[in-house]
Write a protein that binds this ligand. Sequence first.
Ligand SMILES: Cc1ncc(COP(=O)(O)O)c(C=O)c1O
Length: 377
Amino acid sequence: MTSIPSVRPAPAAFGDPVSAVDTPALLVELGAFERNIARMAAFAKEKGVRLRPHGKTHKCATIARAQIDAGAVGVCCQKVSEAEAFVAGGVEDVLVSNEIVMPSKLRRLAALTAKARIGVCVDHPRGLEALIAAAPEAARPIDVYIELDVGGGRCGIERIEDGLRLMDRIGAARNLALAGIQAYQGSAQHLRKPAERRAAIEEAVRRVVALREALTKHGAGQLIVTGAGTGTFYLEAASGVYDEIQPGSYIFMDRDYGDNEWAAEAWRFENSLFLLTTVMSRRASHAVVDAGHKSHGVDSGMPAVAGRADLLYDRPSDEHGEIFPATPQAVLPELGQQLRLIPGHCDPTVNLHDWLVGIRDGHVAALWPIEARGAFS
Ligand SMILES: Cc1ncc(COP(=O)(O)O)c(C=O)c1O
């Protein structure tokens, strides 16, 4: 396969003050980021659940290794190309928490077993047949997780009988091992009220228990139940049913997660990711910044302006965004001034950038390439 190496130079140099960072650029406040990593790792340890953070948030091998160094068993990702980037970056345990059905991708997945423990999800007999066809090329068995629809209504089996059939076929296949149940309730993560999230996860747990009991009665060995995100991880962990949690966004957070209500401060993580942007045009009515659709994802709504509740970001276009006063007293930023935006949604924002610029005490202290940026195949 022909490939293009990342050609963009880093937007800053070590030791630069933030004011010298070329914008738009993604800043990571290292203090908050490190506290987030440590808190989730301590939580998992205390509750006795395995932590397998989702790498789709950061797509960065340096961060994956930091999470593993803090106690995570490995990482998740969604795509084979992401898994390839993580394995190339030294990660030795990767679960593709997603269905992969294309034969060429499955062969690439099988090839990764030469360097790492690899898992993948199935929810359909035809997808499983494609995996079975590729598995003999694997250097060691691939962990297979039967994905269960736990309420999200997207992927995953809906009927227990389908899970039993998949289990039989996995058991008879060469180089495949039934590892467990993938049970991620994505549509629960941003339910704003803690009670709504609790009810959604109670239903997810009910469905998992029914499938797990049926698989066990059918002869399955030890099964790992894996799932959970930043909005609900504490609920799955408390269920006594989930063995492993997969939160991703907790390392950075974003405006959308910031809009959740949290039952306890303990479950709220700190914003560590900011999109640094510069005012490039200015009128009496508004300021124009250099951050638009090509530098942040607004699928979950507009970013907030960090530390400036009196300003609103709106009307993004490809390369521009507009800043308006939110109160009559607000003073708009001047031309050339920098603002920090809290992205509406961290994952698609990160995917637009080549570099994460780590900041400590107002200066550049880390430059991390986002190796899996654009790896969506
Ligand atoms: C399967 C799976 N697990 C875990 C996560 C992590 O979710 P979050 O980033 O909200 O913590 C996601 C995110 O979409 C996901 O798809």
